[in-house]
Design a binder for this molecule. Structure first.
Ligand code: UDP
Ligand code: MG
Length: 346
């Protein structure tokens, strides 16, 4: 085992250049959060799938702050298999951050992501690679026969997918499927925040990537439990608002904020003007305000709503500025476990 920090005094970039496996065809990236019992069978399945393929490949596991002993299993796998690298986070940063770290540490020309819970089938790797070779930048898995509950998982997912498809203009059936193949250039040009890993095809579409989809195998979870509940739906919807904003207006926010501001300012002026005129023209009439306190409340609520949305979007922009201006990743690595020489991320 060696850690990327204390292994060698030479700069990391130089070490990366010395790495004998530098130019790889394929990296498998697996985010892992509390999947102890799945890891050994998963590694065996991925290894078996890679062994029959002609690609120089590696497996990058990103431990997202598991506390169930997953790290010990990964350490054992990482120390035995030189093709494997384990990136261990300091705490749970979320699946998006784990995938982002996987992209940074991966060296393959193609990167395939998959879940650690055995729900995705490593036997599909070859098929995705063949499809990608037809000239696509992203091949997205479609869990057509998804093995999850209907009401809490499949139904919200179906609605969300339709909505995402509509708003982003990217025609996919299953944005949420982790099993996807990406050309390295695509993920290198995408920055991920929040839970945006689901929207990589949408973000990639924006930079001009060609995306297609393929039906992939999906299996029921046997060990461990799902990390997400129904509350994910709300998070996905809010992320979608951000995506729609970023795709359409990020470079000219005044077009959005300005229009909303002009419209609400105009409406407010009309209402106040009407109230003022009413007061003077019919002096002893009740003012609209006295008769309709609900009006005041309504107007207030609309304004507050607009304020919150625009503040949220501004916040999204500022988050990106904050991270990108300072070169801060959205995760912090504790150590990198591997029998192979260290590699410089990104
Ligand atoms: N995961 C992660 N960090 C998290 C939550 C999940 O790395 O905070 C990983 C998890 O270990 C799994 C994948 O993301 O490999 C998908 O999670 P899960 O199977 O719980 O999602 P579901 O399949 O139920 O949508
Ligand atoms: Mg799962």
């Amino acid at each position: 085992m060696d850690t990327d920090t204390k292994a060698d005094a030479r700069p990391a970039s130089e070490l990366a250049r010395m790495d004998p496996h530098e130019a790889l065809d394929l990296s498998i990236v697996v985010p892992v959060y509390e999947e102890r019992d799945n890891l050994r069978p998963l590694h065996a399945e991925i290894t078996a799938a890679l062994d029959v393929l002609p690609y120089a490949s590696e497996i990058v596991y990103v431990d997202d702050g598991s506390r169930d002993g997953s790290v010990d299993v990964l350490r054992e796998i990482g120390e035995r298999d030189a093709r494997t690298r384990v990136v261990r986070f300091r705490r749970n940063f979320g699946q998006t951050a784990a995938m982002s770290a996987g992209f940074d540490y991966a060296r393959g020309a193609v990167i395939i992501t998959m879940d650690a819970d055995l729900q995705n089938d490593p036997a599909d790797i070859g098929m995705l690679m063949t499809k990608l070779a037809e000239g696509y930048d992203i091949v997205s898995g479609w869990r057509k026969n998804r093995q999850d509950g209907f009401v809490l998982r499949k139904l919200p997912s179906r609605l969300a997918n339709r909505l995402i498809c509509r708003i982003t203009g990217v025609r996919l059936h299953d944005f949420g499927c982790t099993l996807k193949a990406y050309r390295r250039e695509v993920v290198e040009n995408i920055r991920l925040y929040g839970e945006m890993h689901r929207f990589i095809p949408a973000l990639a579409h924006w930079i001009g990537a060609d995306t297609t989809e393929m039906v992939v195998n999906h299996r029921a979870r046997v060990w461990g439990r799902s990390k997400y509940g129904i509350s994910r739906t709300i998070r996905v919807v809010l992320d979608l608002v951000t995506i729609a904003f970023l795709m359409n207006f990020a470079t000219r926010p005044i077009q959005v904020f300005g229009r909303i501001g002009l419209a609400s300012g105009f409406a407010g002026t009309v209402i106040c003007g009407w109230l003022t005129i009413g007061k003077f023209v019919v002096p002893d009439s009740y003012s609209l305000l006295e008769r309709m306190p609900m009006l005041l409340l309504g107007v207030l609520l609309i304004f507050v709503g607009v304020q919150f949305i625009t503040m949220g979007l501004l916040g999204e922009l500022m988050t990106r500025t904050y991270h990108e201006a300072q070169g801060k990743p959205i995760y912090v690595v504790r150590e990198v476990i591997s029998a192979a020489p260290p590699v410089d991320p990104a």
